[in-house]
Design a protein around this ligand. Structure first.
Ligand SMILES: Nc1ncnc2c1ncn2[C@@H]1O[C@H](COP(=O)(O)OP(=O)(O)OP(=O)(O)O)[C@@H](O)[C@H]1O
Length: 291
């Protein structure tokens, strides 16, 4: 069942298009939003979180019309913005109480029980009474999730939640997001394809304000099914090939460079066809060479 429906959405900044005729449907679970810089991801998330107006289109969130029922929609929302600023003199616990009060949770007992549960869920209980200025980037992001979840929202918007996290923080964070997806609608924008791979059932790809793909992660990988190839050359020849080729990735293996290329025909005499990944599908869609 769809919980969020976007129909013919258009947004411009001083007549420059940022989103063009977007049609999207989401349901319970984690929905990934992928796209290069300037694709329109943050613009879409700001619109969904009611902080940015739009010119055209219809957006329905849990049966409420965003254009008419903004106040009610806000009551369903939890939002972690891309740039999450926190008052660093607060402790984590104080900050969550402050946000809870701002969200209208005036009853201290109810607010306290949610704050304590969320601190535990995002694994911040041991540091809850430490000042935020002593927190790592990952801890601040986890606090960001906790503040987004205060008030038990049904629709959670996370703008690049794993940006700047180290690998162990990222894994911990993914676990929190996966659990949320069991009974919430979560939309998550990222540049990091492995976040999508592990957390998201469905995904959309935006580029220059246009929606290029929406569907399953497996379906995205299949967009590169026409040809993903790998071949190796002596490492000394890396620069020559790197200049000539349009490749998805390259890696060093001993004295060789291994190139990964999307092409209909084998790009090199020793090229071997390989199984497409989500990243291959994403690159094929963005570069307009998808099948
Ligand atoms: N306040 C603004 N005024 C004018 N143009 C804007 C504004 N905010 C965004 N834009 C433009 O709208 C387009 C979409 O930007 P947006 O920030 O939504 O992209 P994004 O996919 O979130 O990018 P990133 O991954 O870099 O955060 C870009 O061309 C951007 O320059």
């Amino acid at each position: 069942m769809s919980t969020v429906m976007i129909d013919g959405l258009n947004k411009t900044y001083r007549s420059v298009p940022a989103l063009t005729n977007i049609h999207l449907e989401m349901g319970t679970g984690v929905f990934g939003l992928l796209g290069p810089n300037g694709a329109g991801k943050t613009t879409l998330m700001k619109i969904l979180s009611t902080i940015l107006p739009y010119e055209e289109g219809r957006v329905m969130i849990y049966g409420l019309d965003l254009a008419k029922d903004g106040d009610q929609v806000r009551g369903l929302l939890g939002y972690l913005p891309q740039h999450f600023h926190v008052p660093v003199q607060f402790t984590g616990r104080e900050f969550l109480h402050y946000v809870g009060s701002m969200k209208g949770m005036t009853d201290h007992l109810t607010r306290s029980s949610q704050v304590e549960r969320l601190l535990e869920e995002v694994n911040l209980l041991p540091q809850a009474d430490k000042k935020i200025k002593s927190y790592s980037g990952g801890m601040i992001r986890r606090l960001g999730i906790a503040q987004a979840l205060l008030g038990e929202p049904r629709f959670i918007i996370l703008d690049e939640p794993t940006a700047g996290l180290d690998p162990s923080e990222r894994i911990r964070f993914r676990n929190v997001i996966e659990q949320l997806g069991e009974n919430h609608t979560v939309i998550l924008s990222t540049h990091i394809i492995s976040d999508i791979e592990s957390s998201c059932g469905k995904v959309a790809v935006l580029n220059k304000g246009n929606l290029l793909y929406q569907g399953t992660t497996e379906g995205l990988a299949q967009k590169a099914v026409d040809g993903v190839w790998e071949f190796q050359v002596p490492y000394a020849e890396y620069d020559k090939f790197a200049k000539e080729l349009s490749f998805i990735s390259s890696r060093r293996e001993m004295n060789h460079a291994v190139f990964r290329v999307i092409a209909k025909e084998p790009p090199h005499i020793h090229a071997k066809a390989v199984q497409p990944t989500i990243e291959d599908g994403y690159m094929a869609v963005i570069n307009g060479v998808s099948s």
